[in-house]
Write a protein that binds this ligand. Structure first.
Ligand code: HEC
Ligand code: HEC
Length: 327
């Protein structure tokens, strides 16, 4: 009797496992339909300047899309080429951030404006596959997306072939079952650029990705698993040479106004703005401090006001560099 049950169980597990493997192999490259936004790049110099500001400033595209060995230059606020950057070592495999210069073969030269806008608005690639949720720009204003694409078009093309992402079985399963397009196309009106809670919310959630790093997420799917900005998400230690040091890591501080565990407890708006003016203070920090030093006082003031308006969440997070296998 027991033998029969055991044989049945083993068979069940085998069939289930086989089913998952087949699912992973056949469905990981599934494609999606998403509309092409009606956005057209322009050669208007004010638009291109706005795009460049977002790319090298608050939206820190340069932090992820510049070659890793340039990370120190990015941190000093230099304009580095966007020829492909970080190799993200994740539990689901290795992800290579692509070349987003206008080279037709290895970059985005053969993308139409609509295809580029669809990447940013919906998280869907040219070939219809969904992108992982690294970039939070889905609800950006039409003006800002137009500015970014106009700037991308204005760069010099750089030939730099990037490897294809390498997913393990778990990664393929995650793509087969979980990774989906993101934006619903229903873009809320963009608040005016004023030092207000509303504008701060737009910057924190949509433009500068503070939320994406300062909130705990499922490491496989990217889904949020804790209240916004309550901190505690693990991040890699990046050396000045652009190498990841796997023996050390960081946890993102809690940015909600909790009196005991909030990192900003006791900070005034002035403290906050001054902190951003100082740039990176802890070697190895993956926070894009360099690009953020470009942000204006108005933007930082809005961000501070929004953070102060959040519900306080108690979540103690150790500060500074953490050691793997610390005794
Ligand atoms: C946190 C890191 C990060 C930031 C910041 C970031 N990107 Fe990306 N980007 C990635 C990664 C990783 C991918 C590949 C994701 C995938 O293939 O699922 C990607 C993919 C892309 C693609 C798609 C290329 C393709 O294969 O279809 C474009 C276009 C792009 N990024 C543009 C931008 C722009 C423009 C910005 C700034 C407004 C930006 N990125 C900011 C990490 C980032
Ligand atoms: C790529 C991930 C990432 C992004 C994006 C990011 N942070 Fe951070 N942040 C970190 C990490 C990791 C630390 C801890 C290490 C350090 O202090 O540099 C940190 C630290 C901080 C601190 C504490 C600084 C101190 O001196 O103790 C503040 C404040 C902060 N972040 C605010 C923000 C805001 C506001 C944004 C958006 C404008 C943002 N962060 C975007 C990862 C990120």
């Amino acid at each position: 009797m027991i033998r029969k049950i055991l044989t049945g169980l083993v068979l069940f597990v085998l069939v289930l496992g086989l089913g998952l493997i087949i699912l992973a192999q056949t469905r990981y490259d599934r494609t999606f339909e998403a509309p092409y936004p009606d956005i057209r790049a322009s050669t208007d110099s004010a638009l291109i300047a706005r795009g460049k500001y977002l790319v090298y400033g608050p939206s820190h595209c340069a932090h992820c899309h510049s070659p890793m060995e340039n990370i120190a230059l990015v941190d000093q606020g230099e304009i580095t080429p966007l020829s492909g950057g970080f190799n993200f070592e994740l539990p689901i495999g290795t992800v290579y951030s692509p070349n987003i210069t206008p080279d037709p073969e290895t970059g985005i030269g053969n993308y139409t404006d609509g295809e580029l806008a669809r990447v940013l608005r919906y998280g869907v690639k040219k070939n219809g596959q969904a992108l992982m949720d690294f970039m939070p720009f889905y609800d950006m204003s039409e003006y800002d997306i137009t500015a970014i694409i106009s700037f991308l078009r204005s760069q010099s093309p750089i030939k730099n072939e990037r490897p294809n992402h390498e997913f393990n079985l778990l990664g393929k399963l995650v793509f087969a079952l979980a990774i989906q397009p993101q934006g619903d196309g229903d873009v809320p009106p963009t608040p005016a650029a004023e030092p207000t809670v509303e504008y701060g919310k737009y910057l924190v959630n949509t433009v500068a990705n503070c939320k994406g790093c300062h909130t705990q997420r499922n490491m496989a799917t990217g889904a949020y698993t804790a209240p916004d900005l309550s901190g505690g998400a693990p991040f890699e230690y990046i050396t000045d040479e652009g190498k990841i040091d796997f023996n050390q890591y960081f946890l993102t501080p809690n940015l909600t106004p909790d009196p005991e565990t909030g990192r900003l407890e006791g900070w005034t708006e002035e403290t906050f703005i001054n902190r951003f003016r100082q740039g990176k203070l802890i070697t190895g920090s993956p926070m894009p401090w360099g690009p953020f030093t470009r942000m204006s006082d108005l933007e930082l003031s809005a961000i501070f006001k929004y953070l102060q308006s959040l519900p306080p969440i108690k979540n103690p997070v150790p500060l500074g560099v953490q050691q793997v296998n610390a005794e």
